[in-house]
Design a protein around this ligand. Structure first.
Ligand code: CA
Length: 231
């Protein structure tokens, strides 16, 4: 008579759950079912405009960094933490628009070609395609003279100290000269002798109308505005 002995091997499984309510803003890989005791690595890929802050563990502690390695044991729930980049002012501004509250600075929900950051800077409505242009160009004449120049007419937010503005000017679209444009106690400053600046506050929402007259006598004038968040 043959005797057989059966030995059964049981492998316990464990689960690592990622509690991610915004998969379109931060993609997480690595969650799932694993052998008990295995090392599980989670990786985060935030979209542009989103800053990844770390991982909240079941006991409430936060582990910083884009990746997290945890031993698989029972059921582990990990919550990724993130925030929209940009200033506090931008985050308040966008979160006041309920349907847009998760919009990043580069999104353009009204498809008008103006990303949210520039809608914020110019004081326009990010949910309504009003085709408002941030930069208007025209000609100008220096007061009291016959000297004419190239007028750059901008609406700029002046109540967010994190915003940094640089006006870039060119006569050939090849070489650009950068001029910092900054808020002062009473108005705006551009600090170059060949530029004249005038400004007026529009309402009380922190938006200013800023007009810069470029008095260099070049045959062509081009202007562009660079906006960034400085820390
Ligand atoms: Ca827009």
């Amino acid at each position: 008579m043959n005797r057989y002995a059966y030995v059964a091997h049981f492998t316990r499984t464990a689960e690592v759950w990622v509690v991610n309510s915004v998969p379109d803003l931060v993609a997480i890989t690595g969650g799932g079912r694993y052998r008990e005791g295995a090392n599980v690595t989670l990786d985060s890929t935030p979209r542009e405009g989103v800053e990844f802050l770390g991982w909240q563990m079941p006991d409430g502690t936060v582990v910083p960094g884009p990746s997290l390695t945890v031993p698989a044991a029972g059921k582990t729930f990990v919550t990724p933490l993130w925030r929209l980049k940009g200033s506090e002012g931008y985050r308040d501004w966008i979160s006041n628009r309920f349907s847009l509250s998760l919009q990043t600075t580069n999104d353009d929900p009204d498809n008008d070609g103006t990303p949210n950051i520039l809608e914020y800077v110019g004081g326009t409505n990010p949910a309504f395609p009003d085709r408002a242009q941030l930069v208007h160009a025209n000609s100008c004449i220096l007061q009291g003279t016959q000297e004419s120049g190239f007028l750059i007419d901008l609406n700029l937010r002046g109540n967010d100290p994190i915003l940094r503005y640089t006006l870039q000017l060119s006569s050939d679209l090849q070489n650009w000269e950068s001029v910092p444009l900054s808020r002062t106690a009473t108005g705006w400053n551009i600090g170059e002798s060949w530029l004249e600046i005038q400004s007026e506050a529009l309402g009380d929402g922190g938006i200013w109308r800023v007009q810069v007259c470029d008095l260099r006598g070049t045959p062509h004038h081009f202007a562009r505005l660079v906006v960034r968040f400085g820390e």
